[in-house]
Design a protein around this ligand. Structure first.
Ligand code: CMP
Length: 136
């Protein structure tokens, strides 16, 4: 049974013209795009998406960044897609992420790290419900 995950192509990636490059990696891997939208989120929506981080010291600049311009939100599906996509993205800090991963190849920051992906079955369910309620 295939899983689904929520991926955000963050405002830094949109500004840098990397949306196509990042989508192409997911497509070449064989994952399916079940939904996709470009949108600019406000602070309240950022707080909902990052509910587990709102009290952390790094959150205010993260919130400013995530609301700074359009991002691309998508739902990917495939066999073990949550773990597969986390592996393709690499660790949070682009300076430390392994070469061959999206962050490792394309980012030098631990905030402006190009992509977000759900980290568990539970968070995928919550995040898909938040971003794409119509997918129910
Ligand atoms: P993401 O996978 O979207 O989940 C939380 C985000 O917070 C993370 O990617 C980074 O963009 C950001 N983040 C996590 N840790 C730090 C940190 N120590 N400093 C700055 N930003 C961080």
């Amino acid at each position: 049974p295939d899983e689904r995950t929520l991926v955000l192509i963050k405002p830094d990636a949109v500004r840098r013209g990397l949306v196509g490059e990042i989508l192409a990696r997911f497509e070449r891997k064989g994952l399916r795009i079940d939904a996709l939208v470009s949108r600019t989120i406000d602070g309240d929506f950022a707080d909902q998406h990052y509910a587990e981080h709102v009290d952390k010291a790094f959150y205010p600049p993260l919130k400013a960044f995530m609301t700074s311009g359009p991002l691309v939100a998508l739902v990917l599906s495939g066999d073990q897609v949550i773990e597969v996509v986390r592996g393709m993205i690499g660790s949070t800090d682009g300076r430390k992420a392994a070469a061959g991963t999206i962050r490792g190849d394309l980012s030098l920051s631990n905030r402006e790290n190009l992509v977000h992906a759900s980290d568990s079955v539970d968070s995928a369910k919550q995040e898909i419900a938040l971003w794409f309620p119509e997918l129910g």
